[in-house]
Design a protein around this ligand. Structure first.
Ligand code: ADP
Length: 537
């Protein structure tokens, strides 16, 4: 049969086949809300009627500023399912950037959580196209007065709307959602996903050797729904009928651990910085994970020390995965092959530290600076190029021209690929340290530092050097109460890395700046240490 691949079909399936399955959310309001896929489907249909009544037409952008929660999930399906485009704004951005992005996207309506009322009050009079503002809460939590014009109440809109709504049928190539890259340089660029790209990505992401989602799982996505659709988990969960647990704004170690335990979470997903807080809490309170079996870590390289802690101390398997906004985001997942179970512990850890094998649908290759394809031998490293049905062909509104090179998308990452297809990122091209004409991968250097017991966080950048052009400078945040000296850290590299890769200097910092998606902002560090004088040997 010729059937269009539409996001609404996921919700219809979840309601029909997993109607009783739970969707649990810790709410901004402070309590824990319990719901089911059946209720979610009913409320999404009501919300689709609300959107239509508010004049949202197919193709219009429906913006959100929201945490992970059931109301956000309802909007995922109500907006995309009715043919509009869900635009997840990142609330951690500066208000000027939020205004710029909302204007660029030409958002028509904005739904936001209570937390973001001050942010919305700051931007409401500045955004050009947003006509309707909806606070995602009930009447009791609505502010008595607000600077936001004609502020509407989400729960009132849902209660007043009919749940009679037939999800429309349309071309699967219709746009479904929009997410802007974090834009570490220049303005952020929009990435527009389609129903087709999202559905194919969901099928692939759910597979056992990818994110391995099933009806037997309880999934808690820590990765925000405003960051590349929470890596597609809100779609995959409906596809397989998994129980979903949303943490709302409570992302500290204690809140997460409490929720893992009380809801019997089996799988979670997030960036390494989030897991640091969780591990610190679990370690210092001598806790365990009684149901958590797996955690998916990506967004930046997972330090092997973190992997060891999860696997060896807590019996939680780490699945390292790689992707980017431009590729929906999943590209690779590091699931081992049967022969790898014969490896000893250290060899297996080294393999798991790689970003993994291509998920079917994503084709990978590495090329030299002159564009020649490099061998898949695990040694040659070059720029990583990808292609596939959920990889962008151009940015929203054609911004930045044609990004493709011979029909491949250049990722800006530098990597190796081994004979078994395991890809390993050595750096982002703009973060590579160029020393005497050779490249030093900053991720390797950071991983060594992170394995030191006194180190909480480490970033390695290139500092100017009169002879070698650049040399590695290690920036370190110590664990509370821990002591380590510059020389001890430098000696810690002995035997762990090629001698000439050893950092020339170490500077201790109180904090490393993190961007809106929890990644280290190395461009800020490079600016801050632009004039750093390395010690002369
Ligand atoms: P942005 O590029 O805007 O920072 P993305 O979330 O799209 O935001 O980031 C994609 C980039 O994140 C990748 O190109 C890569 O550099 C990095 N990244 C993602 N996952 C990993 C990983 N597992 N290991 C190393 N780097 C990663």
């Amino acid at each position: 049969m010729q059937q269009q691949l539409l996001i609404s079909s996921l919700l219809i399936h979840a309601e029909r086949h997993h109607g009783e399955q739970e969707v649990v959310s810790r709410r901004v309001e402070g309590d824990v809300h319990r719901s089911t896929y059946r209720e979610l489907a009913v409320r999404s249909r009501r919300m689709a009627n609300v959107l239509a009544a508010r004049g949202i037409a197919p193709g219009d952008r429906v913006a959100t500023l929201a945490w992970n929660g059931y109301r956000h999930m309802e909007l995922y399906y109500a907006a995309s399912g009715s043919g509009a485009v869900l635009h997840t704004l990142n609330p951690r951005l500066h208000p000027d950037q939020v205004v710029w992005i909302a204007d660029h996207a030409e958002d028509q309506i904005l739904f936001f959580d209570l937390t973001f009322l001050p942010l919305v009050e700051a931007v409401a009079s500045r955004v050009k196209t947003i006509k309707t503002f909806v606070l995602m809460t009930d009447r009791a939590h609505m502010p008595a007065a607000s600077k936001v014009p004609d502020l509407l109440c989400y729960e009132e809109l849902v209660a007043d709307a009919s749940d009679n709504f037939d999800w429309p049928q349309f071309d699967e190539n219709t746009a479904s959602s929009l997410c802007y890259t974090s834009g570490t340089t220049g303005h952020p660029k929009g990435v527009l996903y389609s129903h087709r790209s999202t559905m194919l990505h969901t099928y692939a992401a759910a597979l056992p050797d990818a994110l391995n989602c099933s009806a037997r799982d309880t999934i808690l996505p820590v990765v925000p729904m405003f960051h590349v659709n929470a890596w597609g988990l809100p779609y995959a969960a409906c596809m397989v009928g998994a129980k979903l647990v949303f943490p709302g704004p409570f992302l500290d170690g204690k809140s997460l651990h409490d929720l893992f335990e009380s809801e019997a979470v089996t799988v979670s997903a997030g960036v390494p910085t989030v897991w640091q807080g969780l591990l610190a809490h679990v370690e210092s309170n001598d806790l365990k994970f009684s149901t958590m079996r797996r955690t998916i870590i990506g967004g930046s390289a997972c330090p092997p020390a973190m992997m060891r802690a999860f696997q060896q101390r807590y019996d939680v398997q780490v699945l390292h995965a790689w992707g980017m906004t431009e590729i929906s985001p999943l590209g690779t997942a590091c699931t081992l092959k049967p022969k790898h179970h014969l490896l000893d512990e250290d060899e297996r850890m080294a393999l798991q530290a790689k970003q993994g094998r291509a998920v079917f649908g994503v084709d990978l290759k590495i090329v030299s600076e002159d564009g020649r394809e490099l061998p898949r031998d695990g040694k040659a490293s070059g720029e990583l190029l990808v292609r596939g049905p959920w990889v962008i062909a151009k940015y929203f509104k054609g911004e930045g021209g044609n990004p493709l090179v011979d029909s491949w998308f250049p990722t800006g990452d530098v990597s190796t690929i081994d004979a078994d297809g395991f890809m390993q990122i050595t750096d982002r091209s703009k973060d590579v340290i160029k020393s005497g004409g050779e490249w030093i991968g900053s991720i390797d250097l950071e991983n060594v530092a992170m394995a030191h017991p006194a180190v909480a966080m480490a970033a390695c950048i290139g500092a100017k050097h009169p002879k070698w052009d650049e040399r590695p400078l290690l920036l370190v945040v110590k664990k509370p109460g821990a002591a380590v000296t510059r020389n001890e850290l430098i000696e810690f590299y002995d035997g762990k890395i090629a001698k000439w890769w050893t950092p020339d200097d170490v500077v201790f910092l109180d904090a490393i700046p993190l961007g809106a998606t929890g990644k280290m902002q190395k461009n800020k560090l490079r600016e801050q240490f632009a004039d750093h004088e390395l010690p002369t040997a």
